[in-house]
Structure formats: C-alpha cells, structure tokens
Design a protein around this ligand. Structure first.
Ligand SMILES: C[S@@+](CC[C@H](N)C(=O)[O-])C[C@H]1O[C@@H](n2cnc3c(N)ncnc32)[C@H](O)[C@@H]1O
Ligand code: SF4
Length: 371
C-alpha cells in the first residue's frame, strides 16, 4: 500500500462544480471527471493532504488504518482523478484548453416534457418571453466562435427547431468552415422540406428505446412514432443521423438492442449513451430513473461489446477510432474543449452548469479569450 501511495500523481488543478447532491470534479490535466457524494468529497479532501509534506504522514496513516479510504484511493485511480506517475507524464498538456465544440442552445422552449430533462423543459417558456438574437447578432456569435478556434458548432436547446432562424445560422456557420450539427427531438422534422437538413453535417436525434412504451414513458406519449418517422425521412434522403440515448432504470435492458436494431434497419453508425444526470426536471425523478453503479457498469460492458462488434463493420466507436491519436484523451469537454451558449449569447462551461454561479460572460459583449 505504501508504494502505491508513494507513486500517486495529483494534477496541479482540479475544477469543482456542485451539481445537485454531487460535487463534480474535473482533473484539468487529463480531462477526466467524476461525481462525488458529500462523504466521498470529504474523503477526497483528506486525500489531498498527501500532496503536502507537512500533512502527508498523517494522511498515509489515515489511509492505512481505514480500509474504506484505501478502497476510495483505488476508485480515484480507476476514474483518473489521480494517476500513477509513469502513465501520466507523456499525456499532459495535450488537450488542455484547445477549443473544439460549441453547443448553442438557440431555443430554451421545447414542445416536449421529457421526464428527465436537465434543460428544465418541464416549465414551458412562452414564445413572447424568449429573446432571439437578430441575424447580425447570430452572425457575430458565429464569427467569434470561428475566430477563437472552435471547429464544431452544435445547435441544441430546448428544441432548436423552434427557432426559425436555425437553418440560416447553420448555412452561415458552414460558409465560415465550421462542422455543424443539430440536436433535436425529431418531432418537427416533418414540418420542413427534408432537403433543408442537408445544411447540417449531421442530425442527432434522441431516442431512448426500441420499445415504444419505454421511450414514450421517458419522452412523452407519441414521441416514438414521431422520431422513427424523422429517422426514416432523413435516412431515405441520405442525411447522416446520429442517435442519443439517456441511460435510466427504465430502458437499461434494451439499449444494446436499440443500437443493433438502428444500425441494422437505418444504418445508424453513431450512437451515444449518456448517463442520466439528476438535474432540472430530472432531479424530481432521480430515485425512479437513476441507475446504481452496478447497473451502470453492467450496461457499459454490454454497450461496449455491442459497439465493438458493430465497429468491425462500419459503426463508429471511439474505442477503436484510428483518427484519435494515442495521446488524445476522450472525455468530457467541460472546462477544456467545449462551451455552452444560450439563445442570448450567455456563455457557460457546459449545459449542465447552466446557472448564475457558472456564468462566464456574454459572447457578444465580452472578449472570447477573457471568457
Ligand atoms: C436537452 S436535449 C436538447 C435537444 C433536443 N431537445 C433533444 O431532446 O434531443 C439534448 C440531449 O440531452 C439529453 N438529456 C436531457 N436531459 C438529460 C439528463 N437529465 N441527463 C442526461 N441527458 C439528458 C436529451 O435526451 C438529449 O439527447
Ligand atoms: S430532452 Fe429535449 S425534447 Fe426532451 S424536454 Fe428536454 S429539450 Fe425537450
């Protein structure tokens, strides 16, 4: 145990966000993040005593005498919050602070009321209270994103298709050379000429289960048919469709099947599974929806296996992506490579930290470097 403690490496800096009942820690050197409950956060603070010569001996003694503390140290290594010295050194400074993706919530309104929605779409925003940017303003936002070095712009919300300027914004962003995505609940796609969606490099739709009743329980009655219709429309016009699924207790046993079926039927080659995060409307349903660690672990393994199998064909999996260089970490981009902007141009580290506490400035009035 002593030699393990001696070889622990701590990054220079962690970022910490409070998030419902959790403290979220981000290791700024390898971009790994982890949610800690209050008692785990207290353990983490004791662990930091290992860093100082003056407090190190007491911290070592505490860990040696406390099996829970040692188990916690091992969990922190596995999750990348601390590292073993030999593995970390050649990986430092490779991703820190490089802008990659901007998520732009161009409408805080939504026509759905998904049970888990972190965007708090349980509370409808009347159209008259939502302030949209003018054409000149949204072009300035895009110019600033591009000039600051971001390469991808993703339109999200709420439901981004409720902002009627979204196609014009996407066209301008494409002209500026950005890679442009749309995240949508899919329900309004039928109201548009399908050709218009070719403006986007990809359209990512949210679908939680191949079983209609599971999906509709989470995302609202009728949503399954709307989304399947949207997938069919887009795919039959050769538009690249990605799927996003939120892992909850309701759909945990059918996700692997969903990935395989969508690949088989619609050639969906990119499918991301997000862990349910208990914030916004989701906080109210956390007890019912949130998987425990064991369920999450089992599901991760099954999904990994399913994706690896499909990636032998042409399914995309970051697990064997040759385009990702050896030293590039694949992880949460909050605080490093991603930002979130709301419909008025206010900037936050991520959509999950959308509150006054984390407000970074307004992209139209503040300098991007300062933000
Ligand atoms: C907030 S939505 C905005 C775009 C669009 N309305 C949609 O549903 O795709 C973006 C993504 O976040 C997911 N999401 C919403 N609430 C979540 C939560 N509490 N935890 C994890 N993912 C969540 C949605 O399922 C969706 O895939
Ligand atoms: S997840 Fe998307 S579709 Fe569902 S309520 Fe939230 S913003 Fe609307």
């Amino acid at each position: 145990m002593r030699s393990l403690l001696d070889s622990l490496y701590f990054p220079n800096k962690y970022l910490r966000f409070s998030h419902g009942k959790y403290q979220v820690l981000l290791n700024t050197e390898n971009c790994r993040s982890r949610k800690l409950l209050e008692h785990e956060y207290a353990y983490f603070n004791k662990l930091l005593l290992l860093k100082q010569d003056s407090t190190r001996a007491a911290a070592v003694q505490w860990i040696e005498e406390n099996p829970d503390a040692f188990a916690f140290v091992k969990q922190m290594i596995v999750s990348g919050m601390v590292s073993m010295k030999p593995f970390v050194e050649n990986k430092r400074d490779t991703v820190q602070g490089k802008p990659v993706s901007t998520y732009w919530g161009v409408s805080s309104r939504c026509n759905f009321r998904c049970k888990y929605c972190y965007a708090d779409c349980g509370a409808p925003v009347p159209e008259e209270t939502q302030r949209y940017l003018t054409v000149q303003e949204h072009q300035r936002v895009i110019d600033k994103i591009k000039d600051h070095g971001f390469s991808e712009l993703v339109f999200t919300g709420g439901e981004p298709l409720l902002n009627r300027d979204v196609f014009a914004m996407a066209t301008y962003a494409k002209q500026k050379g950005l890679f442009v995505g749309l995240l949508s609940n899919g329900s309004l796609i039928k109201n548009h000429d399908v050709e218009q969606f070719k403006t986007f490099d990809y359209v990512k739709l949210s679908l939680d289960s191949i079983k209609e009743e599971e999906n509709d329980y989470l995302r609202g009655r009728g949503s399954y048919h709307l989304i399947i219709d949207a997938i069919e429309r887009l795919r039959s016009n050769n538009i690249d469709v990605h799927i996003g699924t939120v892992l909850t207790k309701i759909n945990k046993d059918t996700i692997a099947n969903l990935i395989s079926e969508l690949y088989k039927t619609y050639t969906i080659k990119r499918h991301t599974i997000a862990n349910f995060t208990p914030i916004g409307a989701g906080a109210v349903h956390a007890a019912e929806l949130e998987c425990d660690l064991e369920e999450t672990g089992r599901n991760d393994a099954l999904i990994r296996e399913t994706k690896m199998k499909l990636s032998k064909k042409d399914f995309h999996s970051i697990l064997n992506d040759k385009a990702i260089s050896e030293d590039r970490h694949v992880c949460c981009g909050m605080g490093n490579s991603e930002i979130f902007i709301n419909e008025c141009g206010d900037v936050y580290p991520c959509r999950m930290t959308y509150s006054n506490e984390y407000y970074l400035g307004n992209i139209l009035t503040n300098d991007m470097a300062a933000i």
